[in-house]
Every structure is written in structure tokens, then in C-alpha cells.
Design a protein around this ligand. Sequence first.
Ligand code: G6P
Length: 488
Amino acid sequence: TLLHEELAGDEVLVVSNREPYLHMHTRNGVEVRRPASGLVTAVEPVMRACSGTWIAHGSGSADRDAVDRNDRVPVPPANPSYTLRRVWLTKEEEEGYYYGFANEGLWPLCHIAHVRPVFRSGDWDQYVQVNQRFADAVIKEARTDDPVVLAQDYHFALLPRMVREVLPKATIITFWHIPWPNPESFGICPWREEILEGLLGSTTLGFHTEFHCKNFLETVDRYLEARIEHEVSTISYGGKLTKVEDYPISIAWPEAEDGPGVAESRTSIRQELGLPANQLLGIGVDRLDYTKGIIERFQAIEKMLEQHPEMVGRFSMVQIAAPSRSSLDEYQNFEARVRSLVQRINRRFGNSNYEPILLKVEHHDSDQVNRYYRAADVCLVTSLHDGMNLVAKEFIAARDDEHGVLILSQFTGAARELHEALIVNPYHIEQGAEAIYRALTMPEIEQRERMRSMRSLVKDFNIYRWAGRMLLDASRLRQRERIMTKIH
Ligand code: G6P
């Protein structure tokens, strides 16, 4: 594959907060699960292809006894191809770095969802300390002095620079999986200069879209004394070059024989849910997060049922909502609001044997989710703001029958690529209602045309392209730097 050429025997180390597998003790022994995370969905196939080591936070649900004494475990469990190395955080570190600075500070700072970020000095101290602990882990795991380090997301803004200080020859490729805000918004962060300096330790810094790159360049321009070359999209800061580019993330295209087919899934899912065989079905798959537009989605369904009473009893919406960050107030309040809205809508349009919205607040593994994708007539992705959103791409990949309609928020990175989806503004409830009705009544031939074109795009621009392009750009930049240091 492309990846093997780009890497040519290099050592690869991934750093992310979320671990790709959770090892948990149950009554039946150690059970292994995949967490709900777009980042993990995307990066895991890359790691399988290039071996190496993935360093991640051993989160609460992982069980420390389930791994070896060095905290290294070969994964995937069925067919090991790389090493998972965990860093265990104290309660205090997890509170300050993960719940506090990353998820109460940076997450709302970067997403336009009108939730105010909270910044506390104590959280920042933990964020710095944890970034240092992970940087130390990278340095310790590295067997060579020039490894390829793939640093993931807003949890590790400081790590690139920390690694660079000890391993100046490392190729550090950092990917920011969430949006980057405009300079005014970013300026709210009391530690804005430190975050920017940290990220500029990277060889390559990737975002999903051109908008986010532009916002980043403008933010650096506003707050640091750096030289920006717009034509080649590089930043020179403190004698170090960083390439800033858009690398839209993607998924691994599924193997043909992946799980039960569409016909079988359609029937069995409706049976399991106690629905008639010809029931129209909508599907939503999200973490239970206030950025995902779940409330607006349900309001649009309510409006649709109001305007098209013939759909009452005919249409059901299954919402899979994976619990996430649930010890934070903002997430608890959000869950309560979602639940009470569902109750109200179900009371209004339902009866003893029909509920328009079936809300499932629980973890589902990818095989289960794939069956729902295949069973559905329409998939609703209505994020208020989203870096990419891989649910949109997974739904398309699951539909080898070339049927089903994708409704997609214009505020996702995916909307920049998937033009044949029904693109909506999630804040515009009437428009959402109209799109749902249009999807449910769309002629088969139109569904097929739209699906076919989106499928060929996702198949081509798959996750290996994403990684391959970043590696290629990083190696070109290193060459350029080598030449420049020889000249001077
Ligand atoms: C987003 C973030 C990821 C994160 C995922 C799940 O996709 O960009 O970094 O892993 O959400 O959130 P969690 O807090 O459960 O890891």
C-alpha cells in the first residue's frame, strides 16, 4: 500500500488520549471493547497497517490487571499487529487534564455550540503535566532517534514541542480532529501562546478543512512572532518549519463480506424492535454530546410528523447515543434535556404500540451499528459543528445496495466532500423536517445516483490516503529543512 512506501521501515508511534481497545474484567473473563470515537475509528486501521506502538490513556473502564506488567499489550486481540502501551493517570490528573482543560476548556472553545468554555489554572497545570508524561512515554518507547510520531488531537497540544526538544530529528505529525476557531474565539484561552508554541513543534499539522487551516494561520499571525508563507502553507517559528494543511480524515473501506447484508439487516432489526416489516426507519449514531445537534434533530422529526400526519405510525427513528464524559454537568444536563424531549414527542405522536423515537443510551459495537446502517432508510447527521463526522462516511460505506439517504449538517467537515447528501442547517428546524420527508419519499433511482457517487469518493479517499499524504508532506518538508541547514 501507499503507507508502506511512505514509511519505508520507519518506526511509528501514535499518541492519543483514547485507547483503541478497552480491556475489561467481566464474569466471563477479560472482555475487549472498542470505544465510541471518530479518532479511534480512523487511526486504528492505519496502525494495523504499519505496526508500531500506540500510547494512550488507560481510561477508567480499562482494567489494569488485564494487561502485562509493562502496560504493553499486543492488539487487536484476535490478530495482534501492533502494541498498545498505556499511561495510567491519577484521579487528579484525569480531572484536570481530561475533564477540565480538554473537555470543559478546549472542546467548547473550538466548537461553535454556544457552550462557554471554562478555564482554570489548576486544570492547566494538570494538562501541562500530563502532556509531559506522554511526551516522556514517547521518548522512552522510541528505539531510534528519528521516529515518526503521530500526535492526536486537542488533548496533546503541548506534546509536539516537548518531544521535539529531546528528539530534534523526529518527524512529528500532529492532527487536530476538531475544528479550529477564529483568532478572536481562540484568544479567550488564557494560555493561547503556549498552545500555539506547543503545536508548532510539529513537522506537519493537519486539520480536516481549509477553513480550519486558515483560522489556525490567522491565529498564529495574531498571537506569535512567526513567519507565515501562505503560498506553501508553512509557518516558521523559532527556526523550525511546520507545514499546515487540510487532510480530510476518512475510514477504511469495508471488505465485501463484512457482516449480514442489507436485506437480512432490514428484516432482523425491524423484528427486534417489534416494528412492521415495511416500517420506514431513520438512524442516528452519536456520542451523547451537545455538539451533535441531537435536540434539533428530534425537533425536526416532530415538525415532520406534524406536517405529514401520514408518517405518524409509519416512521420510526432509532437514536444510538453512546454515553460520553458523563461526569461533567454540561453532559448530564444535556442528557436530561434529550430524554425529556423524547418523552414529550413520543407522548404527542405515540400510542401503546408506537413510539416515533427509540432512544438507546448505551454502547453499541461496530457490528451492531453496521446492521442499523443497513436497515435504515435515512441516516441523520445534524451536528451543530463537527471536525469531520465519520458516521456519515460509515453509513455510506455500509450501503453496498446503493440505497438509503444521508441527511448531513452543513457545519460538518464531511459536508465539504459529500455534496450528494441532503445538506441541512441543523438550526433551521423546518428545513430539517422538509429534508427528512424528502428523504423518506425519494425515488429509488435518485437514491442510487447520490449513493453511488458518494461511495466512489469515500472508497478512493480512504484512511490510507489520509495518512499517506501526511507522511509524504512531512518527508518533503524534512528534506527542505535539511537542504536549508546545509546552505546556512
Ligand atoms: C472526538 C474527539 C476524540 C475523542 C472522541 C471521543 O472524536 O476528537 O479525541 O476520543 O471524541 O470522546 P472521548 O472523550 O470519549 O474520548
